[in-house]
Design a protein around this ligand. Structure first.
Ligand code: LLP
Length: 422
């Protein structure tokens, strides 16, 4: 459920008409609903309420805007970060260091040191050598780094290949059948407090069965490690819950996840950690855009017109990258319909949001939104074609704030240098 609704024929975010934001901030612009973020944060927590010990680490890659992070910190969320930059953001937003989990397959030595110096709560190790380096860095500082070992359970998450992470050919985690031996070796390192296991098999999962299979394998490993004399106090179950991108789609939600996890982890006696991203942020945002042109199709019969909007693949990359679907809706629909292709101004045929889609009839100058753009939207934006970096707005009730400026080409150009020898 979100808080983007029509009132008297126009689309609002909470108590603010989107047309007002377009007029005052310009387009394209991401618009987030604080009430939706809060609701998702609470529904996710409530779904897991029956589990004994839980830590929620919002995967900030989904939407790392500082205002979003502050809102979620206020909801008691920690952070799952995957770079030194994300770590800085989480701290800058006021997330307590001990609630931060550092994931990522290529953490540099400098980033590991940064995490140690910040006193973060947990490192999720992706390979044995990373554990050795972390142990050395920690020991040199007189510390014991809290860590878990990420395993690759070789489970097909049934999602898009580019966001699937739990097959053995994916770059993530250590093969689960090698985990015991790696745990034995790293467990002896004085600089490391190796305390458990992590798993994350992919994103936008439409079913719980692959997650359940992965968790069951982790359960067997936990039992094996304990039988081998290891203390296992933490298991990080990752993220991955999918969200509906099309009206009418139904996905398993936090309550179903909680029931499944309760069943699979009964008797584990460990703190369970979760790294939700999309399920918190996805439906809390839209990309607000204006139609520049409606360009007729190449011939009279059959070929669809192109609706050219002022948002492009650099602002919302998901359709170009993953053939992802984002519902498109007019801000002030007339009731008419049209079948059209929707594209942005970037000079690539891949800059296409939809082909042959049945949409609200729109004309030049009309406002429209791409829905479910709160996750993996602005955070994946670029300035390709020397377009401005897209701004972000957060609505809360009847007020709103620009929470990320539009970064104009002048600013980007100012960061470049032409050497004097040219
Ligand atoms: N934990 C780890 C270790 C992850 O790699 C990810 C996402 C998450 C948690 C959060 O997963 P979520 O709950 O959001 O599914 N850009 C792609 C999605 C990439 C996901 C990467 N990892 C997209 O736009 O679909």
């Amino acid at each position: 459920m979100d808080h983007f609704d029509y009132r008297d024929g126009a689309l609002w975010c909470e108590d603010v008409p989107l047309a007002r934001i377009a007029a005052e901030v310009g387009t394209p612009v991401y618009v987030y609903s604080a009430a939706t973020f809060r609701r998702h944060a609470r529904v996710f927590r409530a779904g897991l309420a029956a589990l004994p010990r839980v830590h929620l680490a919002y995967a900030i890659k989904a939407n790392p805007n500082l205002a979003v992070l502050r809102l979620l910190a206020n909801e008691g969320y920690g952070a799952d970060v995957v770079s030194g930059g994300e770590l800085r953001r989480a701290l800058a937003a006021g997330m307590p260091a001990d609630g931060i989990v550092f994931s990522g397959v290529g953490k540099t030595r400098a980033e590991l040191a940064q995490g140690l110096d910040a006193g973060i709560g947990q490192f999720n190790l992706e390979l044995e050598e990373e554990g050795e380096v972390l142990a050395d860095l920690a020991q040199a500082r007189g510390l014991r780094a809290p860590a878990v070992l990420r395993v690759n359970p070789d489970v097909d998450a049934g999602t898009h290949a580019k966001i699937s992470t739990g097959r053995k050919q994916n770059k993530f985690g250590v093969p689960i059948d090698q985990a015991r031996a790696i745990f034995d070796r790293l467990g002896r390192r004085p600089g490391l407090h190796l305390r458990g296991i992590a798993v994350h098999i992919g994103s936008q999962l439409s079913e719980l069965a692959p997650l359940e299979a992965a968790y069951a394998r982790v359960g067997e490993l936990v039992a094996e490690l304990r039988a081998g004399g290891h203390a296992v106090s933490h298991v990080d179950l990752g993220g991955g819950l999918g969200v509906p991108y099309r009206a009418g789609e139904v996905f398993p939600g936090p309550a179903e996840l909680g029931t499944m996890v309760g069943r699979v982890t009964a008797g584990w006696d460990a703190e369970l950690m979760f790294e939700p991203g999309r399920v918190i942020a996805g439906n809390a945002g839209v990309l607000l855009t204006q139609v520049i042109w409606v360009k007729p199709g190449p011939d009279q019969d059959g070929a669809h017109p192109y609706v050219i909007v002022d948002a492009a693949m650099n602002d919302l990359a998901r359709p170009a990258l993953y053939d992802a679907w984002h519902d498109f809706a007019a801000v002030e629909p007339t009731g008419g319909r049209m079948v059209a292709n929707i594209a942005g101004p970037v000079c690539e045929s891949g800059d296409t949001f939809a082909m042959g889609r049945d949409i609200d009839r729109v004309a030049s100058g009309d406002l429209a939104v791409f829905r479910t753009a709160g996750a993996y939207g602005a955070t994946m934006a670029s300035t390709y074609n020397s377009r401005a970096l897209v701004p972000e707005v957060l609505v809360d009730g009847n007020r709103y704030a620009v929470v990320a400026d539009r970064v104009a080409p002048e600013t980007l150009i100012a960061a470049e240098r032409v050497p004097e020898w040219l």
